[in-house]
Write a protein that binds this ligand. Structure first.
Ligand code: NCD
Length: 306
């Protein structure tokens, strides 16, 4: 039985197959409409979510399966003091596969060790968010044609943003990927990623503070929200929250075929006037999130559709 804790749990070849499957689902959805008939997905969300939880549920419903779950710690037995290990043992009796989001780093991993059904990490604290990364990879590959040969700018909260951490881990396996890390000093990529991943593997990267300076060289701009809930001090959040705002004027500095991605939710970091720019791909990205989660559910449940 397989779980998904990090995007590196899949080899590059396995990821290719998963993304191929997602593209096939996009083209021929009716072929997959009953693939999970009789199967149940549990969504165990101890932290707020709109997209991730609902896209998992939509994915399972599109496959003809059903869904059950909870969407906050207060509405589960966690409020009574139950451990994730006990919760997952019980959920294993009710469902065939589980997607879990938790504010504590490593909680889905602990759950997977006691689970008798596949567990998917749907975001653990400031650590990883592998299914957002699968979404990002599918979006980039579908819209750019390949995952290598890109200069990608990661902008915003690179310290607490788990989507950024997972995406860096995943993209370094492709040839000729260059990172431009755009953040204020306080929100730089943690040293355990900068030194132990980027430098250790000799991946080219630069760090800049001004978005305008980076714009002209980017093939992809990955914007992120300042992660309010991970700050210890409200004053710091207020000072940093509007550090970057992508506007129409800044888009004029970019390549004509640059893509703007964002895992969403957006707060102020992308002005709504950018939404109509053909390079704004964040809402298409959310749609790809459903296809890739359908492909993931089929893969982990080992269901093949001819
Ligand atoms: C992201 C997350 O939860 O980390 N959201 C998502 O799943 N699409 C990004 C964020 O909350 O900023």
């Amino acid at each position: 039985m397989r779980h998904l804790m990090s995007p590196l749990d899949f080899s590059v070849e396995e990821l290719d197959a998963l993304l191929d499957l997602a593209n096939d689902i996009e083209k021929y959805p009716e072929k997959y409409a009953h693939a999970c008939a009789g199967k149940k997905l549990a969504t165990c969300f101890y932290e707020p979510s709109t997209r991730t939880r609902l896209s998992f549920e939509a994915a399972m419903l599109n496959l003809g399966g059903s869904v059950l779950g909870f969407s906050s710690a207060d509405s589960s037995s966690a409020a009574k003091g139950e451990s994730v290990s006990d919760t997952i043992r019980v959920i294993s009796c009710y469902a065939d596969i589980c997607a879990m989001r938790h504010p504590k780093e490593g909680a889905p991993l602990v759950a997977s060790q006691k689970s008798t059904i596949p567990v998917i990490n749907a975001g653990d604290g400031g650590h990883q968010h592998p299914t957002q990364t699968l979404t990002d990879l599918l979006t980039i590959r579908s819209l750019k044609g390949e995952l290598g040969n890109i200069t990608i700018g990661l902008c915003g909260d690179l310290k607490f943003g788990r989507t950024v951490h997972s995406l860096i881990h995943a993209l370094i396996r492709y040839p000729n990927v260059r990172f431009v890390l755009i953040s204020p000093e306080e929100l730089r990529v943690p040293s355990y990623i900068r030194e132990d991943v980027l430098e250790a593997k000799h991946i080219p990267y630069t760090e800049v503070e001004r978005l305008e300076d980076a714009m002209p060289e980017l093939d992809i701009l990955y914007m992120t929200r300042v992660q309010k809930e991970r700050f210890f001090n409200e004053e710091d959040y207020i000072r940093l929250k509007d550090y970057y705002v992508l506007t129409k004027a800044k888009m004029e500095l970019a390549k004509k075929d640059m893509l703007v991605l964002h895992p969403l939710p957006r707060v102020n970091e992308i002005s709504v006037e950018v939404d109509d720019d053909p390079r704004a791909a964040y809402f298409r990205q959310a749609q790809y999130g459903v296809y890739v989660r359908m492909a993931l559910i089929l893969t982990l449940l080992e269901i093949k559709v001819e």
